[in-house]
Ligand binder design. Structure first.
Ligand code: SIN
Ligand code: MN
Length: 200
C-alpha cells in the first residue's frame, strides 16, 4: 500500500488486498442481482460505453431527460443498500461521520471509456468523492477545474482507491481506456469502478 497525491487527487495504490477485492466483488454481485446494469444514454441520445447501476438511497442516472440522482432503478425498484465493506473504505479514508448516499457502479467492458468530466450533480461539493477500482487496469486522466487545462494520467489497478476532495473535488477526470483482460479478478474481464458520493 502506498499513498501519493497527483494534482490534489489522493491515490491509495493497492489499498485492497486480493482477498478483500474478491469479497467486495461478491458483495457487488448481490447488488447487481437486485439492480442490474443498464446501458445509459446521454441527453442527446448517445449511448455511453460504460454500463451502470448503483447502491444507496440514490443512483446516478443518465437518460434522454438528463443527468440526475434518482431514488429508484429505472426498473422501478429502490436501490440496494451500499455494502458495509464499501462504507468501511469511506470511513477509513475520509474519517467522516457523514456517509455517502450513492455508490455508483460503473462497468467498463472491452473498449469502454469515460470522457473528461466534473462530478457536479451533488447538492454540495464540500464532501469528497471516493473511487474504488476493481478488475482490469484503467488509464485515469486528471486535470484541474478548467476544461482544456493540463492533465496527468496514471494507470489505476485493481484494489486502488482515489479520494477526490478539496481542490480535486471539482477537477476534471476521466478514463481514456482500459487494458481488457489485464486482471484475473473477474473471469470474463472488464473493470469495475465504484464512486461514493454524498448527494444531498
Ligand atoms: C467516474 O468518474 O465516475 C469514474 C471514474 C473511474 O472509472 O475511475
Ligand atoms: Mn466522475
Amino acid at each position: 500500500m502506498a499513498h501519493l497525491t497527483v494534482a490534489g487527487f489522493e491515490i491509495h495504490t493497492s489499498y485492497l488486498a486480493p482477498d478483500a477485492q474478491h469479497a467486495l466483488l461478491d458483495a457487488l454481485r448481490q447488488v447487481v442481482r437486485a439492480a442490474p446494469f443498464v446501458d445509459p444514454v446521454t441527453p442527446s441520445g448517445k449511448k455511453m460505453s460504460v454500463r451502470m447501476t448503483a447502491a444507496g438511497q440514490y443512483g446516478w442516472i443518465a437518460d434522454r431527460q438528463g443527468y440526475r440522482y434518482a431514488p429508484q432503478h429505472p426498473q422501478g425498484t429502490p436501490w440496494p443498500d451500499i455494502p458495509e465493506s464499501v462504507l468501511e473504505i469511506w470511513r477509513d479514508l475520509t474519517g467522516l461521520a457523514r456517509m455517502p448516499e450513492c455508490c455508483l457502479i460503473n462497468y467498463y467492458g472491452k473498449g469502454a471509456r469515460m470522457g473528461l468530466h466534473q462530478d457536479k450533480d451533488e447538492a454540495s461539493y464540500d464532501w469528497p468523492v471516493v473511487s474504488i477500482s476493481l478488475g482490469d487496469d484503467g488509464l485515469f486522466r486528471m486535470g484541474g477545474t478548467q476544461r482544456g487545462g493540463k492533465t496527468q494520467s496514471i494507470w489505476l489497478n485493481s484494489g486502488d482507491v482515489v479520494v477526490m476532495g478539496g481542490a480535486a473535488r471539482l477537477a476534471y477526470h476521466g478514463v481514456d481506456r482500459i487494458r481488457f483482460g489485464s486482471s484475473t479478478l473477474m473471469p470474463k474481464g472488464g473493470r469495475i469502478n465504484l464512486t461514493l458520493r454524498v448527494t444531498t
